[in-house]
Design a protein around this ligand. Structure first.
Ligand SMILES: NC(=[NH2+])NCCC[C@H](N)C(=O)O
Ligand SMILES: [Mn+2]
Ligand SMILES: [Mn+2]
Length: 300
């Protein structure tokens, strides 16, 4: 991994309906992300937050089952440019959310420099909906589909090209709440998914060995998109769409430790931390601890 990390916060909460996730970047900074990574001998540059528009909450604009589409597009375009600049400077972009709709911008920026990007998507959900299949109209449930080039052209066209990533380069880990349209898309595109069932049966070690092999095969970089709701809500309660039966604290750390050992990750984002729904900032603290493991912190 590169020795210089640039942190960028995205106080985005328009991709879903529960307020407070816009405070995620602050909560993660409060949990000492900069100090933690500096202690691992990285040069850490916190470049601050992307500015997010604040549309009047009494008129959520819901065109084609895509809530707050225009603001989400605007913010993600800004994020894409900022992330692209970081990669161009040969630094590691570490993006702090914010809801998961920001993966659209992160991937748009990273993919400008990586034509064959591998993606590890840690999530209870698939985020593979479109306006046609989404039960909620929330764009945070569509960001992986959008990055694959599937969805509204305003979203898929961010940064001027589509798709950003290829289905064969993606692996989803931790899924346990997939909507019918998402299940269909997974089959149609042949996307590799390790649901909680596979994690229970194979164990995290085997899952990560396979996942690392899968995303490193023929790729020129690997992005980690970690939605904190992948983790069991007992360990990470401060998320907007919790689902019982997630990965444990240690399983998730093991996954990060194995990624650090493999040395394949070239960009990362940690999303959906909502301090309003949290218990004493535990979820942000877990996020920062996981970042520690991802960047090479060892237990001994
Ligand atoms: N990034 C997330 N937390 N996504 C949750 C998505 C939930 C549901 N599948 C939806 O489309 O609304
Ligand atoms: Mn999720
Ligand atoms: Mn998600």
């Amino acid at each position: 991994m590169k020795k210089k990390i640039s942190i960028i916060g995205v106080p985005m909460d328009l991709g879903q309906r529960r307020r407070g996730v816009d405070m995620g970047p602050s909560a993660i900074r409060y949990a000492n992300v900069v100090e933690r990574l500096q202690s691992l001998d990285y040069e850490v540059n916190d470049i601050g937050d992307i500015e997010i528009g604040r549309p009047n909450r009494f008129d959520i604009i819901d065109e084609e089952n895509l809530k707050d589409l225009k603001e989400v597009v605007k913010a993600n375009q800004k994020l894409a440019s900022a992330v692209s600049d970081i990669v161009a400077m040969d630094q590691f972009p570490l993006v702090l959310g914010g809801d998961h709709s920001i993966a659209i911008g992160t991937l748009a920026g990273v993919a400008e420099h990586h034509k064959n990007l591998g993606v590890i998507w840690f999530d209870a959900h698939g985020d593979l909906n479109t306006g046609d299949t989404s039960p909620s109209g929330n764009i945070h449930g569509m960001s992986l589909a959008v990055s694959l080039g599937i969805g509204h052209p305003y979203l898929t066209g961010i940064n001027g090209f589509a798709p950003k990533i290829k289905p064969e380069n993606v692996v989803i880990i931790g899924a346990r709440a997939l909507d019918p349209g998402e299940k269909e898309l997974i089959k149609e595109k042949g996307i590799k998914v390790y649901t909680m069932h596979e994690i229970d049966r194979l164990g995290m070690t085997k899952v990560m060995e396979e996942a690392i092999a899968h995303v490193s095969n023929g790729t020129d970089g690997v992005h980690l998109s970690l939605d904190l709701d992948a983790i069991d809500p007992h360990d990470a309660p401060g998320v907007g769409t919790p689902v019982l039966g997630g990965t444990s604290y240690r399983e998730t750390h093991l996954a990060m430790e194995m990624l650090a050992e493999a040395g394949i990750v070239t960009s990362a984002e940690f999303v959906e931390v909502n301090p309003i729904l949290d218990d004493k900032n535990n979820t942000a603290t877990v996020a920062v601890a996981l970042m520690g493991s991802l960047f090479g912190e060892k237990l001994l």
